[in-house]
Write a protein that binds this ligand. Structure first.
Ligand SMILES: *Cc1c(COP(=O)(O)O)cnc(C)c1O
Length: 450
């Protein structure tokens, strides 16, 4: 008799094509099949328990199967599951918009919904483009992005993306963007100061010569996520924002990964008092429960679209599920929990605990750098600590460390040679203690042998 697991594993092989997955490798592996979650644990169909050490790819906030969030969805389900936002409204979409305007950086007063980070980014770049067009400013059609930037996987988002492994194959079908260096201090010969200078110099000279061709700069504020959890030197974001303002270029902050407490502030922009012209949020917006994203705009941006119909300044963009009531209802409930549990402040305390726990790893021979902002952590492994020579990609050191973590009861997913630890914000000290132990053990296992 075949077990439930065997039946599902066979169907998984036969019918599913997984994202960001080489299916040939996956085909020969033993698939993990999740059945349920409770708190920060996930359970597979064979009954094994795992810590959700990467917040189900960076989005879970309050854990899984949270009574308050479940209730919010159930209550809304009893009213209506979906109704469109095209020319009409629904109750939770309105109430959530008001809340979002209240918690986001000042000046962002309008909320445009979508259903994923990538669509939120598409909306931001289309808005920035049309913002100039609507005012009769022609030629400001290009975008600036940063090396190793990740903004999602739709064509527009990939056009402002700069991760060669993911994006190069599509280059011929993309619109070209200007790419400036990201201040990656660990891999810059001038260290933090040199990396910062290189970024600002590149941005300054681009803006001084080409600002009249450029609609906007898009940036992952303070922490670059998929590029390897790379943290900007202090003052970088603020200076970039000032340069954009000075040269009449819009600033788009992609807070999809950094938003909702992840970095120890509600938004990473808050860490440097930056108010972007457009801001994209997703992932943690619904507590990681349902696919809702949003693009927030200033009155200035919104105003460029607000006109008589025959002027043809309308933003002709939308999605079937824009402003989904179930998603907005759970986002509202999530924000209520943020307040009730003082979650953002809690993140800072938890972050210090994690930092002290991971300190012991710093001196290990194959740990190049431990990077952390709030509860967003990346540990870069290197073959040679002195020369900082990276592990060859073929060694798949990150993948092997993550597999070891899974054996030890924690889920995570690496970014190349960077081990990622992004626990749900609600994780308590005992849970963080256990997870960091597994993290350390997995790293030592694959680097120093065990
Ligand atoms: C995850 C992510 C996105 C894409 O969000 P999806 O919901 O996966 O489309 C965009 N930007 C950043 C910074 C992200 O981390």
């Amino acid at each position: 008799m075949i077990t439930d697991y065997e039946r599902l594993a066979a169907m998984n092989k036969d019918y599913l094509w997984h994202p960001f997955t080489q299916m040939k490798d996956y085909y020969h592996s033993e698939p993990l099949i999740i059945e349920r979650g409770e708190g920060i644990m996930l359970y597979d169909v064979q009954g094994r328990a795992y810590y959700d050490g990467f917040s189900s790819v960076w989005l879970n906030v309050h854990g899984h199967n949270v009574p308050e969030l479940n209730q919010a969805i159930t209550d809304q389900l009893g009213r209506v599951a979906h109704s469109t936002l095209l020319g009409m409204a629904n109750v939770p979409a309105i109430e959530l918009a008001e809340k979002l305007v209240g918690i986001t950086p000042k000046g962002l007063n309008k909320v445009f919904y979508s259903d994923s980070g990538a669509t939120g980014v598409e909306i931001a770049i289309k808005m920035a483009f049309q913002y100039w067009h609507n005012q009769g400013v022609h030629g400001k059609t290009k975008f600036i992005t940063m090396k190793q930037a990740y903004h999602g996987d739709t064509i527009g988002a990939v056009s402002v993306g700069a991760i060669p492994l993911y994006h190069d194959v599509f280059r011929p079908m993309l619109f070209p963007s200007h790419v400036i260096p990201y201040p990656y201090a660990y891999r810059h010969e001038g260290g933090e100061t040199g990396a910062l200078e290189a970024t600002l110099t590149a941005l300054r000279s681009l803006l001084e010569t080409r600002a009249d061709e450029i609609a906007a700069l898009i940036v992952e504020p303070i922490v670059q996520g998929a590029g390897g959890i790379i943290i900007m030197p202090p003052g970088c974001l603020r200076e970039m924002a000032a340069l954009c303002r000075k040269h009449g270029v819009l600033l788009i902050a992609d807070e999809v990964a950094t938003g909702f407490g992840r970095t120890g502030a509600m938004f990473a922009c808050d860490l440097e008092d930056v108010s972007p012209d457009l801001m994209v949020i997703g992932k943690g917006l619904t507590g990681g429960y349902l696919p809702v994203a949003a693009t927030l705009a200033t009155d200035e941006v919104y105003g460029a679209f607000y006109a008589d119909y025959q002027d043809q300044k309308t933003f002709f963009h939308g999605h079937s599920f824009t402003g989904n009531p179930l998603g907005c209802a759970v986002a509202l409930a999530s924000l209520k929990l943020f307040e009730e549990w003082n979650l953002v402040e809690g993140v800072r305390t938890k972050a210090s605990f994690v930092e002290s726990k991971l300190a012991a790893l710093k001196d290990r021979p194959y740990v190049g750098e431990i990077r952390q902002k709030g509860l967003m952590i990346g540990i870069e492994l290197v073959r040679d600590k002195v020369s900082r020579e990276p592990y060859d990609w073929a060694e798949r050191i990150g993948v092997r460390a993550s597999l070891r973590a899974r054996e030890l009861g924690m889920l995570t997913r690496p970014l190349g040679n960077v081990i990622v630890f992004i626990p749900p914000l609600v994780s308590n000290e005992a849970e963080l203690d256990a997870m960091t132990d597994i993290l350390a053990e997995s790293i030592l296992h694959v680097t120093e042998g065990g």
